[in-house]
Design a protein around this ligand. Structure first.
Ligand code: SAH
Ligand code: SF4
Ligand code: F3S
Length: 489
């Protein structure tokens, strides 16, 4: 059956994909057949910051090929979902969306594409998904996406029900010359590396994103300069394990310092470092450079040595605690956050209590707590039965969440009476009469609007007078020279 597609007048191609103004690399995409240019695409993003960044790449690549984007999924000819595979609930969200799209597809013409980590990992299952999916593209295949979308649109018009697919992983792809199409904002992400070689036994990322590779340092710096010129105040450098960044004689400490030294930048953040190889030079950079935020996300995963070994994390509880100690001795104000998994295969209650106690001992400002979720093809899925009952996992998560909340509240309450420097991001979630921003240590701060001089992108001093588990509240201290990170470079 021939399906009618919503046509727009072709829009001029946006040549935004070239970092240096050059068009994107189109070697692998077919030449643009004009009738498809200008189709409306709606893109939804699930998962981590790396996926947010990848969606910006996808927008750039498709726009450069003549596609236009809409926020309104009702108007879209093509709906793309950039998906996450990290845990079962991430999958379920995507399957839930696919079910909705199936209903929409019965009512009107629509091409549905699945991108990202689920596309990579679950090609067979997704394609079985009652033929809702017309297109699959993994994280290393986005340069081919314009061609794939056009192919899928063409097949759709012809009534051919055969999905278009590109799910090969690459050892080299870093999207080096693609300038992401960023939505306006204070922060901009830059992925400095892709993939992961750590193979933590529970984790699917090495399978969905392939081998670790670092992007050329000069390209990252040029992109950062351009972001600053466009008005971004904060840059967050991304990688699954930034400590293993390596490009010629550049390591991550040198890279982040070079980004933080660029004129006009206010703040640089990064995520995530792996505790097994946290270099002294990176700690020096975080502690000593006033533009590098005093916040380290240091995923613990478990506080028990037997479980850490089964997870293949390659550090012990003692080694982790020694690192925390070294961080705090180097700079007492560095804010720490972490990730913990409850109910890894074989985890006994005593072993869980080691995680509980480690949380108490370290006192993280923020803790992300996850129920173990068996992931197809991972080492843990092959070696260890997922034998902790669901109710036990849920109970452990609740106990840890209660503890983590009480620690966060205590830490935030200790900030009352202090002045923090905040980068203004925008209106608070609750009211347009309030601003919201982040402290240097990445804590959310909310305060009443009191002066028209304060605008998103500005740094302001806030005197904290109240605290909740997640937020500091206060008032603008005018004038104030106080700073929550006393070190200056
Ligand atoms: N590369 C990052 C982690 C990215 S995934 C790092 O190593 O810091 C984010 C978090 O998801 C992990 O730190 C882990 O706590 C959690 N996670 C990953 N796989 C999981 C699984 N199978 N079940 C439950 N949580 C998981
Ligand atoms: Fe997954 Fe471990 Fe790699 Fe993080 S470091 S992405 S947890 S394999
Ligand atoms: Fe990120 Fe999820 Fe993939 S956490 S790397 S989008 S599996």
């Amino acid at each position: 059956m021939k399906k009618e597609l919503h046509m727009l007048p072709p829009s001029p191609p946006l040549v935004q994909a070239g970092l240096d103004g050059s068009p994107p690399d189109r070697r692998s995409s077919t030449p643009p057949p004009l009738p498809h240019a200008g189709h409306l695409v709606h893109l939804e993003t699930f998962g981590c910051q790396m996926n947010e960044y990848d969606s910006e790449l996808v927008r750039a690549l498709l726009k450069a090929d003549g596609f236009a984007f809409t926020e309104d999924r009702e108007r879209a000819d093509v709906i793309l979902m950039n998906t996450c595979a990290i845990r079962e609930n991430a999958h379920n969200r995507v399957y839930g969306h696919l079910a909705t799209l199936k209903t929409i597809k019965r009512q009107r013409s629509l091409v549905v594409g699945v991108l990202g980590c689920m596309a990579q990992n679950l090609k067979e299952e997704l394609l079985d998904h009652e033929s809702v999916v017309d297109l699959l593209a993994g994280p290393d295949a986005y340069r081919r996406l314009p061609g794939l979308v056009r192919e899928a649109l063409h097949k759709h018009e012809q009534g051919v029900e055969q999905p278009s697919m590109a799910v090969d992983l690459s050892e080299y792809e870093t999207y080096q010359n693609v300038m992401p199409d960023r939505t306006q904002g204070i922060n901009a992400w830059i992925a400095v590396m892709r993939g992961c070689d750590n193979f933590c036994s529970f984790c699917v990322v090495p399978y969905t994103r392939g081998r670790e590779r670092s992007r050329e340092a000069q390209g990252i710096l040029r992109e950062a300069e351009r972001l600053i010129a466009q008005g971004h105040k904060q840059i967050t450098l991304l990688g699954q394990n930034v400590n293993s960044y390596k490009f010629q004689d550049w390591d991550f400490a040198r890279l982040i310092t070079a980004v933080a030294d660029l004129p006009g930048i206010e703040r640089v953040r990064f995520t995530s470092p792996h505790p097994k190889d946290f270099p002294a030079a990176l700690l020096d950079a975080v502690a000593g450079h006033r533009k590098i935020c005093k916040h380290i996300h240091l995923p613990l995963q478990s506080g028990n040595d037997r479980i850490l070994t089964m997870m293949d994390r390659t550090y012990s509880r003692q080694e982790y605690l020694a690192l925390v100690d070294a961080i705090r001795r180097r700079h007492a104000d560095i804010v720490l956050s972490t990730d913990i998994i409850c109910g890894f295969p074989g985890e006994t209650d005593d072993e869980f209590l080691d995680s509980y106690r480690t949380l108490q001992d370290v006192g993280y400002h923020e803790t992300f707590i996850f129920k173990y979720s068996e992931r197809k093809n991972t080492i843990a899925a092959r070696k260890y039965p997922d034998d902790v009952p669901e109710a036990v996992k849920a109970d452990r998560v609740c106990r840890l969440v209660d503890l983590a909340k009480s620690i966060s509240l205590r830490k935030n309450q200790a900030m009352i009476g202090k002045t923090v420097t905040v980068l203004v991001e925008g209106d608070s979630k609750k009211s347009s009469a309030q601003w919201m921003g982040k402290s240097d240590g990445n804590i959310t701060v909310v305060w009443e609007k009191s002066t028209p001089l304060t605008q998103p992108g500005k740094m302001v001093s806030i005197l904290v007078d109240q605290a909740s588990v997640t937020t500091l509240f206060g008032a603008e201290a005018v004038p104030s020279l106080a700073h929550d990170s006393p070190s200056r470079r």
